[in-house]
Design a protein around this ligand. Structure first.
Ligand code: PLP
Length: 380
């Protein structure tokens, strides 16, 4: 948590809306992930927050990366390339997985020179990869239950379990080696049984594939979904790790490498936004505040991520239930209708914590308002 005096100082120095990235917290989150899941190599899911400074800090702290578009791939590749040779590893699969099962032909054509590791979940994709990126390694994405996740992903991607081994066979027959399996249990998964079911399913498929002679499969990618501690009801990573570690040990031979694609868990708690009250009105008996950041900008997670970010004031005093709106002319630009805030004046600052994931990354320029300015603190 960034100290309040520092937030105020930064806002004074840089103006608002401001998006503060605490790199010490990024390193702490990665260290926690590695501490509780020592057998699992984290591939940071860049889409959660694609600021290159974040990529660099996590890379230096030992992370690998999950990318899902050509710009994300090139961002990671560039930021790794810039580092001194001794800090760099040249074998790209150790550092980058391209985890979007659907890839445009132009993307495949560019990716091929890097001999990438890519996910797939259907026959058309095998034909496409074979033709346009024949040097790629393949990872089969499985459809697994996403029950109770804050953001559901299983309706869009994933091979049905009954089709999985046939898809492995088809890829191998096309001359594309299948290196392993992946899944995603849904983002902000607080129902840990999703992971248990997915691991058991993956273990069955791996066994069957090996029995059919596909013994080269050595990667298990357990995806993202690791919940950020937005509130006290979210169980700590430690508890999920206990379950994961024992299931992984029980189900997978030692020669299977386990990787994960945490996005939210690594960045959510590392960023704080600061905005300013630019308007104030009483409507239908309710105090309404208008601030200079909203759902088209840093608070975009309210729409796209089904997330809530409490808006807090620096000012003390008796509170009342207020509405908080963003600066644009659209009524959708509503941050909250039930925020407990003290009496605020125009120019007063407010802030939201734990706003690092799926927030700034999906800011727009709607209505001519640009995304919040970014400042980095505790960068090594
Ligand atoms: C979005 C995504 C992630 C990151 O998920 P989190 O829930 O933020 O950890 C990881 N892998 C894939 C394939 C994704 O689409």
């Amino acid at each position: 948590m960034v100290a309040k005096p520092l937030l105020k100082k930064l806002a004074k120095e840089h103006g608002t809306p401001l998006f503060v990235v605490d790199h010490e917290q990024l390193r702490r989150n990665l260290a926690e992930f590695k501490r509780w899941l020592p057998r699992v190599q984290p591939y940071y899911a860049v889409k959660a927050n694609s600021l290159p400074e974040i990529v660099r800090t996590l890379y230096r702290a030992g992370a690998s990366f999950d990318v899902a578009s050509l710009p994300e791939f090139l961002c990671v590749h560039e930021n790794i390339k810039d580092l001194p040779a001794k800090e760099r590893q040249d074998f790209i699969w150790d550092k980058i997985i391209y985890a979007n099962p659907i890839k445009a032909i132009a993307t495949l054509k560019t990716l091929d020179q890097y001999k990438p590791l890519v996910t797939y979940d259907n026959y058309e994709e095998i034909r496409k990869v074979k033709k346009y990126a024949p040097h790629a390694g393949m990872v089969l994405r499985l459809k697994v239950p996403n029950t109770g996740a804050m953001v559901e992903l299983s309706s869009k991607f994933g091979a049905a379990p009954g089709e999985a081994v046939n898809l492995i066979e088809a890829s191998e027959k096309a001359g594309l080696t299948v290196e392993g399996l992946s899944f995603h249990v849904g983002s902000q998964t607080t129902n840990f049984q999703n992971y248990v079911q997915a691991l058991n399913l993956a273990a069955d498929i791996l066994k069957e594939a090996r029995a059919r002679g596909y013994r080269q499969m050595k990667q298990l990618d357990i995806g993202g979904g690791f919940p950020a501690p937005y509130d006290a009801n979210v169980q700590p990573l430690r508890e999920l790790a206990k379950i994961l570690n024992s299931e992984i040990k029980r189900l997978f031979p030692k020669d299977v490498q386990i990787l994960a694609e945490p996005g939210r868990f690594l960045v959510a708690t590392a960023c704080t936004s600061v905005a300013q009250v630019i308007g104030k009105a009483d409507r239908d008996g309710r105090r309404c505040y208008y601030i200079n950041d909203g759902v088209y900008h840093t608070y975009s997670g309210i729409i796209f991520d089904h997330c809530k970010y409490p808006v807090k004031a620096f000012k003390k005093g008796p509170t009342q239930i207020c509405a908080v709106f963003g600066p644009t002319c659209d009524a959708l630009d509503t941050i909250s209708l039930t925020e407990e805030l003290p009496d605020l004046d125009l120019g007063d600052l407010v802030y939201s914590e734990n706003i690092g994931a799926y927030s700034h990354a999906s800011s727009t320029y709607f209505n001519g308002f640009p995304p919040a300015q970014v400042v980095h603190i505790n960068q090594a």
